[in-house]
Design a protein around this ligand. Structure first.
Ligand code: IPD
Ligand code: CA
Ligand code: CA
Length: 277
């Protein structure tokens, strides 16, 4: 098998990822408002439902049927298949489980293809609002089949950002609270969407200007990173170094605001550990 996919390969993988995302999304539509089981995984606040599991079964069935040789890393099933294959699908069958459990309609199926660790195909599908975001390396990014671009904001003071707080926020001082306060003062606002893949899709489509977060997994990021890059944006580590999908943290912006956000992140001092009484 070739290590570098051709544009034709990428187009085919994009169609397969779309079929898989729609299959997972149909499951999420069915369970919406009808959950009988909501459980906590290891950490406080980290929920899993029967909808997460059933969506993953539907997504995996499509990927395995079309691409039985590819490796898979799926949130609920872990690593599957041919681990020596450089083509690895990173799958989140329900990104935004907390939102979904509360019927807050920001949630998605997120399906990304990594080629030797680099995100090259991404589909993020919100089945509740019926928003389909797609991108592949060199082929551009779309929202509901219309081409999208990142925003044109050039000043932090005119920007709207988004971030999130990892499930270990109660146990670590590296909980993003100081960063959240810092950027809230410098910008027109900072949103907490609750679905990393949708946060990235919103940077790609230009309604948000930048995003940073830590404590994430490859399945949260793989698809959204392709969307941002193909929409003309920029993705890096917090310090501006090249993005590493296994580091769990990133900055993703419209490009113009990338350096200012990286600079401001370097200025933030952690707040003392917050303990509600
Ligand atoms: C979570 C969401 C959330 C982010 C968390 C993720 P999940 O994914 O993407 O926005 O802040 O760190 O784990 O658990 O709903 O799939
Ligand atoms: Ca997730
Ligand atoms: Ca999930």
């Amino acid at each position: 098998m070739r290590t570098t996919p051709t544009p034709e390969d990428l187009q085919r993988f994009l169609e397969i990822a779309t079929e898989a995302a729609l299959a997972g999304g149909a499951v999420l539509q069915r369970y919406w408002g009808n959950l009988s089981s909501i459980q906590e995984k290891g950490r406080s606040g980290d929920l899993v439902t029967e909808a997460d599991r059933a969506s993953e079964v539907a997504v995996l069935a499509v990927i395995k049927r079309h691409l039985p040789d590819h490796a898979i890393l799926a949130e609920e099933s872990g690593q599957l298949g041919h681990s020596d294959n450089p083509l690895l699908w990173a799958i989140d069958p329900l990104d935004g489980t907390t939102n979904y459990a509360h019927q807050y309609p920001l949630c998605a199926v997120s399906i990304g293809l990594l080629v030797a660790g680099k995100p090259m195909v991404g589909v993020v599908y919100n089945p509740i609002l019926q928003d389909l975001y797609r991108a592949a390396k060199g082929l551009g990014a779309t929202h509901n089949r219309q081409s999208i671009q990142v925003s044109k904001a050039t000043q932090l003071s005119n920007s709207l950002l988004v971030t999130g707080f990892a499930y270990d926020r109660r146990e670590t001082i590296d909980n993003n609270y100081a960063e959240f306060c810092h950027f809230t003062h410098l910008t027109q606002g900072v949103r907490r969407g609750g679905s990393a893949s949708i946060d990235l899709a919103h940077v790609a489509s230009g309604c948000l200007d930048g995003y940073w977060e830590r404590g994430l997994s490859p399945w949260d990021l793989a698809a959204g990173v392709v969307l941002v890059e193909e929409a003309g944006g920029q993705v890096s580590a917090y310090n501006g170094d090249p993005f590493d999908i296994y580091s769990g943290r990133l900055v993703a912006t419209n490009g113009a605001l990338h350096q200012p956000i990286v600079h401001e992140l370097s200025q933030v001092q952690p707040l003392p550990q917050f303990k509600p009484t």
